[in-house]
Unconditional design. Structure first.
Length: 70
């Protein structure tokens, strides 16, 4: 979905004055693209990196709940 929103936005920006989307629709698609990318890509990536880094930072020999982390 986020990729489709990105493609619509890029298509709108090919030429000045291209009438593919109205300004209101462009703003809505821009907002939905950003929200989708944050919650479906950004947050899982940050959580995964934190899941790897925190045990290293605190000096743990093992993860607290390895089955839950899997």
């Amino acid at each position: 979905m986020a990729v489709a929103f990105a493609m619509l936005m890029r298509t709108q920006l090919i030429r000045p004055g291209m009438g593919l989307l109205s300004p209101e629709a462009y703003n809505q698609i821009f907002t939905m693209h950003g929200t989708t990318m944050i919650f479906l890509f950004g947050m899982p990536l940050i959580i995964g990196v934190a899941n790897y880094m925190v045990p290293l930072q605190i000096g743990a020999r093992d993860m607290a709940f390895p089955r839950a982390n899997a």
